[in-house]
Design a protein around this ligand. Structure first.
Ligand code: COI
Length: 355
């Protein structure tokens, strides 16, 4: 690891938000982590400093060419209990896979882990404990070199910010309605769909805005080539229970390799529930719905955790799942995953890391 993290404490702590009424990503804690990269020098000066705006040259590459990646993780705390992280190394490994895809230099995962631990310890009092709340962790890298040539930046900053959050969706744990997108596409294999980079989300905003205007929380993306295979939802991977089996789209290069996705697959298998990772077309889904074998559906993600899907709209036809209520499997997976993450359910997988 080698580098030592310096700490400058805030002298003017902020007022903490009302934790009984938290929305996603609006409030930030008193401190942040930052470390810089310069070609020839590598990553240097890892430091925890008071949370503050950053200053960048208007020509910084990130503004023009989107060379940036991010991660999402959560810390939980039960009253009086330790602070818990869920599979943090999986996220740091994925951060480096995204870095590689975006031609960003890798980050020492042990150093990033140490930075995370120290930062969370310093802002531990910000971790909310109300039902459905947690401390969302947002590590990210931006390219900072001030030049307009289209080439990998020679300078970067890696930062970690922390945000006490409630449910990602306004619906909370109640089922969300999803619009199946047929006009726009999010990503294609060979592109950056499986990297966690801002452009993927920017590419989805138009569709999300239109779906939201029709009363839907998010869109369900179909593949960009055949426009028929299910990929993922705006901020989640997606699972369907069809005729007793659970089906989720296989990782194909354009879908995000979700940490919650991977965990849910392992949990379902541990419960002896059959899981298929494969291509799943919208036609197969509609057919299953018509036959009455589409039993339930849910999304998985760090921010969303487990989010039941109550309705899918495909080309104007509404498919209501489990009468619009949370299905028994979605409920069971939600209870187990959130129980694991909060440390109230025994962890047979060794996934939970105590700070
Ligand atoms: C997460 O689940 O952490 C995500 O990154 C989704 C999001 C863009 C809020």
């Amino acid at each position: 690891m080698g580098l030592k993290i310096t700490v400058e404490r805030s002298t003017s702590p902020k007022q903490k938000p009302d934790t009984s009424n938290l929305v996603f990503g609006k409030h930030f804690t008193d401190h942040m982590f930052i470390m810089d990269y310069d070609a020839g020098q590598g990553w240097h000066d890892p430091r925890i400093i008071p949370y503050q705006p950053i200053s960048l040259d208007p020509a910084a590459k990130v503004f023009h060419y989107g060379q940036t990646v991010f991660e999402g993780m959560k810390a939980y705390k039960t009253p009086g209990g330790p602070v818990l992280l869920f599979r943090p190394f999986k996220n740091l490994q994925r951060l480096n896979r995204s870095n590689t895809r975006l031609s960003i230099p890798s980050i020492d995962e042990d150093l990033a882990m140490e930075a995370l631990k120290q930062l969370i310890k310093i802002d531990e009092d910000w971790i909310p404990t109300d039902e459905g709340t947690s401390l969302y962790i947002r590590p990210f890298v931006i390219s900072t070199q001030a030049t307009l040539g289209v080439s990998p930046s020679e300078q970067y900053s890696f930062m970690i910010i922390l945000s006490p959050v409630g449910s990602y969706y306004a619906e909370g744990i109640n089922p969300v309605s999803i619009f199946v997108e047929s006009e726009y596409v999010r990503a294609v294999a060979g592109g950056v769909g499986n990297a966690k980079t801002g452009g993927n989300y920017a590419a989805g905003l138009k569709a999300q805005e239109e779906a939201s205007g029709k009363g839907y929380s998010q869109v369900l993306w179909l593949d960009g080539v055949h426009r028929k295979y299910i990929e993922e939802v705006g901020s989640m991977n997606v699972f369907f229970k069809i005729d007793g089996k659970v089906v989720t789209p296989a990782l194909n290069g354009s879908i995000l390799d979700g940490v919650t996705r991977d965990s849910v697959i392992q949990v379902l298998k541990h419960w002896n529930i059959e899981v298929e990772e494969r291509k799943l077309s919208i036609d197969e889904l509609v057919e299953a719905y018509r036959k009455g074998t589409l039993e339930e559906a849910f999304g998985t993600g760090t921010a969303a955790v487990i989010s039941p899907i109550g309705e899918l709209n495909w080309q104007g036809d509404k498919m209501t799942l489990n009468e619009g209520r949370t299905g028994p499997l979605s409920e069971k997976v939600y209870e187990f995953m959130t129980g694991l993450q909060k440390g109230v359910v025994e962890d047979p997988f060794g996934w939970v890391v105590k700070l």
